[in-house]
Design a protein around this ligand. Structure first.
Ligand code: SF4
Length: 299
């Protein structure tokens, strides 16, 4: 939403009949609230980490207030225009800093009645060993000599050892019960938020968790373009790029030799960093139905 021609982009996507899901820290939502409704944005995911003091410790002073004002502004714009969208969601990444405050956040610090969906994700991380293994794969298979983006995810599992995994599971269970009762869509990464699964996740035992993938279909179904024009399929990992839209068309890149080599590799393996990718845990969200301009709580 910093992009000066955001209006042109959103209306072009609307004319093409495509959907927009917009992740944002929420600080510019109020400014663009009318535009987001008029251009038919399908869903907004506002990243918030917890109650005001916790969130602003991570994201900067004043960010919580601005994001909440933005959510209220979009809700009000939607009601004024009697529009059903954008659906409004909050995405929260569970970390050692915020895990004790999940219920306080959703049930006390915000008006949960303004939301249509919630996403709760465990903090993504890689071990040093995973990162070293990934760099070896990139070098040997794709002639890429370093993976600085993946390095940003490196953390040792020991830093999570003091967390109370049972407390996370019980809070998520109560939030899930609320969502089910009120008809909010709840997304979680991983899918099963049991104490045992959370313990395994934060102990780097990803592959003994329930519902674990052995292959990934996203590179066969979707692609991403970043602000520099680089193309990849691996959502968080732009270390391995497959082309650039300033040099080739997206179709040429999609059908190109490098993309094919990448898919060939993924037919046989995951990457050593896949467990830190949200697409590893992804599943398709259901279509939400709601009355225009009426909050979930009111319904
Ligand atoms: S799970 Fe792995 S292969 Fe699939 S998109 Fe993520 S990093 Fe790429």
């Amino acid at each position: 939403m910093l992009y000066p021609k955001i209006e042109d982009v959103l209306f072009a996507i609307q004319r093409a009949g495509s959907k927009v899901h917009l992740p944002t820290n929420g600080t510019l939502l109020a400014k663009h609230a009318d535009l987001l409704v008029e251009s038919g944005v399908d869903r907004i995911w506002v990243s918030l980490d917890g109650p005001e003091a916790i969130n602003d410790q991570q994201r900067g002073a004043g960010v919580f207030r601005r994001a909440i004002n933005g959510i209220q502004a979009v809700h009000a714009a939607r009601a004024r225009k009697r529009a059903a969208a954008p659906h409004i969601g909050i995405g929260t990444v569970i970390t050692p800093l915020n895990y004790r405050y999940l219920e306080q956040f959703f049930f006390e610090a915000i008006d949960i009645g303004l939301l249509d969906c919630i996403s709760l994700e465990l903090q993504a991380y890689l071990t040093q060993q995973d990162h070293a293994d990934y760099e070896r794969v990139l070098e040997s298979q794709f002639n890429v000599s370093a993976a600085p983006i993946a390095r940003g995810f490196v953390a040792e599992a020991g830093q999570f050892a003091e967390m109370d995994f049972g407390l996370i599971a019980s809070q998520v269970a109560r939030i899930a019960a609320y969502c089910e009762q009120q008809g909010l869509y709840l997304n979680t990464y991983p899918k099963v938020m049991s104490e045992d699964n959370i313990r395994k996740y934060f102990s780097a035992q990803w592959f003994s968790m329930s519902h674990v993938k052995t292959r990934c279909s996203f590179p066969f179904l979707s692609t991403e373009v970043n602000a520099r024009g680089d193309v990849t399929s691996c959502h968080a990992f732009y270390d391995l790029t497959l082309g650039n839209v300033n040099q080739q068309s997206i179709g040429e890149i999609w059908r190109g030799e490098r993309y094919e080599r990448y898919r060939r590799y993924l037919r046989r393996h995951l990457f050593p960093i896949c467990q830190a990718c949200c697409l590893f845990y992804n599943e398709k969200p259901p279509v939400l139905e709601r009355q225009p301009g009426v909050s979930r709580a009111a319904q």
